[in-house]
Design a protein around this ligand. Structure first.
Ligand code: ATP
Length: 248
C-alpha cells in the first residue's frame, strides 16, 4: 500500500509575529525510515521548519500562514507541541540543552517524562541510550556541565531516544564539535535510524557529513528550497561542491 510520508510540507509559508516572513512556500517530505538533510546558511529557515513541525515555533509566535503540514497523512498545520509529542515527534533543539547542574543520569531521567507525565518506569529504559552511547554509562554520576561538548551531544540524543520517537528532528547536532566527533555522531545517528526505524530530519550547515548519512537533501536559501535531490546526487552537484563542500 502507498504509505503517506511521515512528514510533508505543502507550499508552507511561515511568518513570525504576523510580520516577518521566514519561510516562503516550502514543499518537502520525509518518507518512513529516511534521514532527510535540511541544509543552507544561517537564517535560511531550517530551524523554523523544524519548529513548526514539532509545534515549538508557536511559542515563538511563528505561524504557518499558507500551505499545509501533514504528519502520517493527517493535517497538523499549526498543531500544538503537546499533540506532536503525543504522536512521538521529538525535537532536539540547537545548542545541546542539558541541565548542567544535574548528573548525566538525572538528565536521562528527564527523558522519561512527557508533558509532566512519566512514560516509563524501569532502569532498562536507559538500555537504548547505553546501546548507542556506552560512554554515558560510565558518566552517570557526573554533572552534565562537566561533560565535554561531544558527551553532552550524546546525552541530548540519548535522552531523546528514551522517548522512542517515531520522528526525530535534530537541529545542528554537529555545531561546535571536532570533525572526528561529527563523523562519530553522524554514524551513530545512521545506526539508530536503521536499527530503531526512526525517521529523522537533520538541519545542519555542515553539508558534507550530513549528506554522507542522509537519504535525501534539501538546500534552503532565504526561506526557499533552492535544490533538492537524493543525497548522493546532491553531493555531486556543482553548486553544492562549490558552496558547501569546498571541493570544486
Ligand atoms: P540558524 O542555523 O541560524 O538557526 P536557520 O536556517 O535555522 O539558521 P531560522 O532560525 O529558521 O534559520 O531563521 C529564519 C529567519 O527567521 C531568520 O531571518 C531569522 O532571523 C528569523 N527568525 C528566527 N526565529 C525568529 C523569531 N523567534 N522571531 C522572529 N524572527 C525569527
Amino acid at each position: 500500500a502507498d504509505e503517506p510520508p511521515v512528514v510533508e510540507l505543502d507550499n508552507a509559508e511561515i511568518v513570525y509575529d504576523r510580520t516577518f516572513l521566514a519561510v516562503q512556500g516550502v514543499s518537502m517530505s520525509a518518507d518512513r525510515g529516511d534521514i532527510v538533510a535540511l541544509l543552507g546558511p544561517n537564517g535560511a529557515g531550517k530551524s523554523t521548519i523544524l519548529k513548526m513541525i514539532s509545534g515549538i515555533g508557536r511559542s515563538e509566535r511563528g505561524e504557518v500562514t499558507r500551505g499545509s503540514v501533514y504528519y502520517e497523512g493527517d493535517e497538523v498545520t499549526n498543531a500544538k507541541t503537546n499533540e506532536m509529542v503525543d504522536r512521538n515527534v521529538t525535537h532536539i533543539l540547537e545548542g545541546r540543552r542539558v541541565f548542567e547542574d544535574l548528573t548525566v543520569e538525572e538528565n536521562l531521567r528527564c527523558g522519561l517524562y512527557r508533558g509532566g507525565r512519566r512514560i516509563r518506569y524501569s532502569k532498562s529504559d536507559y538500555d537504548i541510550a547505553f546501546e548507542y552511547f556506552p560512554k554515558l554509562e560510565e558518566l552517570l554520576d557526573v554533572e552534565a556541565g562537566y561533560c565535554s561538548g561531544g558527551e553532552q551531544q550524546m546525552l541530548v540524543i540519548a535522552r531523546a531516544l528514551i522517548h522512542r520517537p517515531n520522528l526525530l528532528l535534530l537541529d545542528e547536532p554537529s555545531l561546535g564539535l571536532a570533525p572526528k566527533l561529527v563523523v562519530d555522531i553522524y554514524e551513530t545517528l545512521r545506526e539508530i535510524n536503521r536499527e530503531e526505524d526512526i525517521t529523522m530530519i537533520i538541519a545542519d550547515q555542515n553539508a558534507k557529513e550530513t549528506l554522507e548519512v542522509a537519504d535525501y537533501g534539501y538546500v534552503l536559501e532565504n526561506g526557499q528550497v533552492e535544490l533538492h535531490d537524493p543525497a548522493d546526487v546532491l553531493m555531486d552537484r556543482e553548486e553544492i561542491k562549490e558552496f558547501y563542500l569546498g571541493t570544486s
